[in-house]
Write a protein that binds this ligand. Structure first.
Ligand code: ADP
Ligand code: MG
Length: 343
């Protein structure tokens, strides 16, 4: 009954996590001791990534616990995907304002559903009291020398991106719009829900990343915004890029929900897409298109690598159709909760 159940202790909460965490054969010792003991397969390199999500900064305060759980793992798996690593294990640091077993159960529903989808075992973590914050590390494997890096783009490469861009940025506008009179986001209720779902439940492109290893030169996951993230590849590789505005993939929901100006801004500088951006020699095109079919994720060729320092955007399509002039870009990367996001 509400109000009468004793508050769970830290150890009750850890027990709840432990009972539900999945296992794997290579987990010698999981949750329960001072540290986990894990077996790295012979002949593999270990790939490690960590990302934190803070309430009100990385997700809207009203986000469902299950969505927070899903996203906390998804953003980390996206980093492994961009390295072409196969995920294996994760640890979870939870800072919770209260000892709320129902919240934790909801959180685990989302977190462990995605973990099961990718056969990732939760092998340890930390549970403390504080402002709501979730920090996850993921560990995965890659064949020696096969990790995809940001610093290997070559002049003459094609630039590619997976999925569609800008949906999550529009989804955040759906959340921030306090009444239906807000004209920024249109479309049907179903389209707005789909956009919000792209914000709350990103799909890390793990299988695609694995397939791209050995086929492409450089890769990054698009988390802050297409241009901001491709700029990182340019900087690390010592190259520039030309991107064709009309070649950028757009979802039907985003097209329906916003006008062209807002759509372009979301596609170029919106955050939270968790798609993969990569560069590959033109000779790899057919092979890459086969990866799209095999992974079930659409891939779009959006530009090319040249000399220079950063990404420039031109108003044309991949086949040259369009006016061709250089586009003026506002923000290159997403600023969380920036009220100017519809610009
Ligand atoms: P210690 O005091 O030795 O650091 P803790 O009491 O923090 O250990 O944790 C006990 C066990 O529970 C450890 O194996 C730890 O990895 C695990 N654990 C604690 N919090 C979490 C969590 N949020 N998710 C997964 N495992 C956790
Ligand atoms: Mg200890």
């Amino acid at each position: 009954m509400p109000g009468t159940a004793p508050e769970p202790t830290e150890f009750d909460l850890i027990g709840r996590i432990r009972r539900r965490a999945g296992g794997r054969d290579d987990v010698v010792l999981g949750i329960g001791d001072d540290a986990a003991v894990l077996r790295v397969p012979p002949g593999r390199q270990l790939v490690v990534a960590m990302d934190t999500l803070n309430a009100g900064v990385h997700f809207p305060a009203d986000t469902a616990p299950a969505d927070i759980g899903w996203k906390a793992l998804a953003v980390n798996l996206s980093d492994l995907a961009a390295m072409a690593a196969e995920p294996a294990w994760c640890t979870l640091s939870l800072s919770l304002p209260g000892r709320d077993a129902a919240w934790l159960d909801g959180f685990l529903d989302g977190f462990l559903a995605l973990a099961a989808e990718h056969r990732v075992a939760l092998v340890g973590g930390d549970t403390t009291r504080g402002l709501l914050s979730v920090c996850v590390t993921v560990h995965g494997f890659v064949e020696p020398g096969r990790a995809l890096r940001r610093d290997a783009a070559q002049v003459g490469d094609d630039v590619w991106v997976s999925g569609t861009l800008g949906d999550a940025a529009a989804g955040l506008r759906v959340v921030l719009a306090t009444d239906d009179a807000d004209g920024a986001i249109g479309g049907t209720a179903g389209e707005r829900r789909w956009l919000r779902d792209r914000l709350d439940r990103p799909s890390p492109r793990v299988a695609l990343g694995r397939m791209l290893a050995g086929r492409v030169n450089a890769a990054i996951d698009i988390s802050d915004g297409l241009l901001a993230d491709l700029d990182h590849v340019c900087e690390a590789s010592g190259v520039g890029m030309q991107v064709w505005m009309r070649a950028l993939p757009v979802s039907p929901a985003l097209s329906a929900a916003v006008g062209e100006k807002a759509r372009r801004q979301f596609q170029l500088g919106g955050g939270d897409d968790y798609e993969l951006g990569f560069t590959a020699p033109p000779g790899a095109r057919l092979d890459i298109e086969r990866c799209a079919v095999a992974s079930g994720v659409s891939l779009s060729r959006i530009g090319q690598v040249g000399v220079g320092e950063r990404v420039r955007v031109f108003d044309r399509d991949i086949d040259g159709a369009g006016e061709g002039g250089e586009c003026h870009v506002g923000r290159r990367g997403y600023v969380h909760f920036d009220p100017g996001a519809s610009a």
